[in-house]
Ligand binder design. Sequence first.
Ligand SMILES: [Zn+2]
Length: 319
Amino acid sequence: MLRFSRFRGNGHRFHRESEGIRQNVERIVILSSIFDTAFEALSSSCLETQVFLFGKVKGSTLLATDALVPKDDDYEIRNYGCVKVWNDFVMKKFPRMEKQGKTLVATIHSHCLDTLSDGDIQTHFNVIQFYPYQLSGIFNHNRIRFFKFDRGLKEVPYKLLDLERFDRQILIFGEEGQLMISISTVALIGCGGGNTKIAFDLASLGIGKLILIDPDVWEESNRNRALIPLDHVDMPKVESVKQIIERHYPDVKVDAYKARVEDIAEDILSEADILVIGPDRFLTREYCNKLALKMNKKAVFVGAGIKTEEGKVKDMGGS
Ligand SMILES: [Zn+2]
């Protein structure tokens, strides 16, 4: 039986038991409209209020696409310090979401402390037996914060997602497709002429995160194929591309590594959904191919077409 109340109990026992639990969640992405709905409900009453966020899980990212807001008579208990919805509410509303392939990703309640109370921790412990990805959210001082178990209690950052910018491409990908783009990660290995264009295109499409890997700095002779500011010459390519994207599309997260891919730890690439391999160097491409196979990642090879003979590059051209 699910309970979402903040019933009192021996919180210290749950503190101890929760020490060993790790919820594999790095961030929660929330549709702006859903966040507004939740915020409005939580801020409109001085009685404790609960909001349930439903959505999808992709790797270590949660995506909140729906908010369940209980009505006044959905509450079994509701006063200034305690809140609980009727089990009927849970039994009726939750399966409807689950039928649409959505799961409980967070429960938010209004709360007067800066972190979860012992009762909240106990409830969180109970709920994640059923919904392992659920975060416990608290609303106070007009802000919302999310917590998970990760060798104790840790805060989880959230990001709001406004679909307005993607109006045109939603006609092609659908809203669901756009949401998937928004929580996807692409690793660009090499930041030359080709991959830089791909990086900018992905940023404008609303990709969630880019991982950039390249050991080089921009040279004057690169400027025939990469549109970069004049004062970025001599700057590491990955830093330059990161700066440009962060300036124009601050909602895109960019991790930049000025290094050869051979020197990058594999776990840096582990969250990538796809690897885009840019370098022309045959050995680097071969290394990336092996890496993609080993990590079971999709890989796309772009850049100059390469012909080899006896292990040496014979011809280059195309794209
Ligand atoms: Zn609380």
